[in-house]
Design a protein around this ligand. Structure first.
Ligand code: HXC
Ligand code: NAP
Length: 292
């Protein structure tokens, strides 16, 4: 059975929702979600809230998280705290986590979803471009995890889910920066699962494939015709949607996964196994000159 649940393209809540899991699954839990103002992170916040959770959503743009928080609270009746912070700036992360703890008194779940990406051949990528993506995806994930561990999780336990990608599983053209960054996060997942398991902290990764209605797909999908061809040869022969990813993250964050830690759950319809790796696509970027 592989029928996707309905979804909508933009950063809006679902007009209707049918629970597949128990509606009380996260009753009165609190989740801190980086990148929760848009795309996959927004839908994770919504689905968590539809299962009883309160959320803090954090990203750089205050207007973005303010708007998102209003929509999320109105659609679900749960509380959502919007926070402006850059995951690359530890003092800003500390201040945001303090604010969330002041508002809710606890944080049970951390979702590291903030990321940055673009298509660029390795030979044209500046040192700073590579570093920027590693800083956001990899150091950002560590920074937020480390701050939350210090301020709450070490003493109370909890769950961390890192949103990664399958780019580095085979090596994907135009993606050395993001593939390296996300592979490092998957390694971090295992390290932290080992070190923090005794404190009753579970740490897992969720690696989505190409997901409709997201900035990631808009930036990386390429021309529609070529994307359709690539999707057609993948095992489930379609894109995933944000709700499907949110359901997987909900599973990992919930007591249903109480004995799961250090795992990478790939949710991509089998795409990484078959996706053509378009080496010819590199030619489209031939006009780029290396900028060091
Ligand atoms: C080459 C680029 C570039 C591009 C930026 N740079 N965009 N190089 N091609 N398209 C270079 C810049 O020239 C600069 O290097 C360095 O990267 C930093 O750029 P800034 O603009 O100063 O960085 P910053 O303002 O921090 O913005 C970060 C960003 C931006 C990643 C560049 O795009 C961003 O904020 N993205 C967030 C949203 C996002 O990317 N969402 C998609 C996530 S999808 P120089 O040398 O000039 O100083 C995803 C995985 C999907 O993560 C997997 C799909 C299957
Ligand atoms: P998105 O909407 O652009 O999500 C990225 C979020 O991260 C944005 O809300 C952005 O908000 C925030 N962010 C970026 N840089 C930040 C920083 N320095 N500090 C704090 N927040 C920052 O893209 P998406 O496609 O939904 O991607 C969500 C996650 O899924 C990412 O981890 C991505 O790598 C992963 N993923 C996506 C796909 C896909 O097909 N879309 C596939 C595989 C993996 P601000 O701009 O306000 O900071």
């Amino acid at each position: 059975m592989a029928q996707p649940p309905p979804d909508v393209e933009g950063d809006d809540c679902l007009p209707a929702y049918r629970h597949l899991f128990c509606p009380d699954l996260l009753r009165d839990k609190v989740a801190f979600i980086t990148g929760g103002g848009s795309g996959i992170g927004f839908r994770i916040a919504e689905i968590f809230m539809r299962h009883g959770c309160h959320t803090a959503i954090a990203s750089r743009s205050l207007p973005r998280v303010l708007t998102a928080a209003r929509k999320l609270a109105a659609a679900t009746g749960r509380r959502c705290l919007p926070l402006s912070m850059d995951v690359r700036v530890p003092p800003a992360v500390m201040a945001a986590v303090d604010q969330a703890l002041k508002e809710f008194g606890k944080i049970d779940i951390l979702i590291n979803c903030a990321a940055g990406n673009f298509l660029c051949p390795a030979g044209a990528l500046s040192f700073n471009a590579f570093k920027t993506v590693l800083d956001i995806d990899t150091s950002g994930t560590f920074n937020v995890s480390r701050v939350l561990y210090e301020k709450f999780l070490r003493d109370h336990g909890g769950v961390i889910v890192n949103i990664t990608a399958t780019l580095g599983h085979r090596g994907q053209v135009l993606q050395v920066h993001a593939g390296s960054a996300k592979a490092a996060v998957d390694a971090m997942t295992r390290h932290l699962a080992v070190e923090w398991g005794p404190q009753n902290i579970r740490v897992n990764s969720l690696a989505p494939g190409p997901i409709s209605g997201t900035e990631g797909l808009r930036r990386l999908g390429g021309p529609q015709a070529s994307l359709s061809t690539r999707v057609a040869v993948s095992p489930l022969q379609r894109l995933g949607n944000k709700t499907e990813i949110a359901h997987c993250v909900l599973f990992l964050a919930s007591p249903l996964a109480s004995f799961v830690t250090g795992a990478v759950l790939v949710a991509d319809g089998g795409a990484w196994l078959t996706f053509p790796n378009d080496v010819k696509g590199l030619a489209d970027f031939a006009s780029f000159s290396a900028k060091l």
